[in-house]
Write a protein that binds this ligand. Structure first.
Ligand code: HEC
Length: 196
């Protein structure tokens, strides 16, 4: 009897849930993708710092990111097709204080990142633009590991600082503290019909 009651309550609960919009579905999906991609990346970078020494790890980071991104893109694009019915899925990282010039945000992205910083409330955000659904998820300086390469210069290993300046002469991505907002994980979806 109890079981039956629970089943009925569950059904009632489910039927009251409003159907998620494509944009909401995409935001949830992108959050899962980010978690997988970020945790894998963090493990790889940690391994690089431990085994190669800090300076080589910087170069590794630069060379590793494109290949890793391609690999993860293949897995998550397929999932996006199967689970969301999307035509395409892409992702990249952006920051107001970017290291790689390719990670510069556009005007709209910049406005969202600035709002997150100003209000201190960085939260997953989704919108439509040019027939695409775009989602932004905050990336934080989540671990002391990040400070090796994004921390305050005077507290960083001088070899790392030198290597970063050599590879990225216009680097802006230092001076962070633990827990600070570092940027966003940006996902871009297209769907067979214009998203509603
Ligand atoms: C061993 C050095 C190193 C460590 C440790 C490291 N990063 Fe980076 N980070 C880099 C390099 C190098 C780039 C530029 C990669 C490229 O050229 O695409 C970068 C780029 C980024 C970007 C892309 C935006 C930009 O500025 O170009 C984000 C976001 C980021 N890092 C966050 C983190 C976070 C969060 C952590 C800790 C979990 C972390 N990084 C740890 C070296 C490091």
């Amino acid at each position: 009897m109890m079981k039956f009651f629970i089943l009925i309550s569950l059904l009632m609960f489910l039927s009251c849930q409003k159907k998620l919009t494509k944009q909401e579905e995409a935001t949830i999906f992108a959050g899962k993708a980010m978690q997988d991609i970020a945790s894998g990346m963090m493990a790889e970078v940690q391994k690089a710092v431990d085994t190669m020494g800090a300076k080589k790890a910087v170069l590794y980071c630069r060379d590793f990111v494109p290949g890793y991104t391609q690999e993860k893109l293949a897995t998550w694009s397929q999932k996006a097709r199967e689970e969301l019915g999307a035509n395409s899925f892409r992702f990249r990282r952006i920051s107001l204080r970017n290291r790689n010039p390719a990670n510069t945000p556009n005007e709209l992205e910049k406005a969202i990142l600035e709002d997150w910083e100003k209000t201190g409330r960085a939260q997953p955000t989704g919108y439509e633009r040019d027939g695409k659904i775009i989602t932004l998820h905050p990336i934080k300086i989540a671990s002391p590991l990040c400070l090796n390469c994004h921390g305050k210069i005077e507290q960083m290993n001088p070899d790392i600082v030198k290597e970063i300046r050599r590879l990225y002469p216009n680097d802006l991505a230092v001076g962070y503290s633990l827990g600070e907002l570092r940027g966003a994980f940006l996902s871009e979806f297209t769907f067979p019909n214009e998203p509603k």
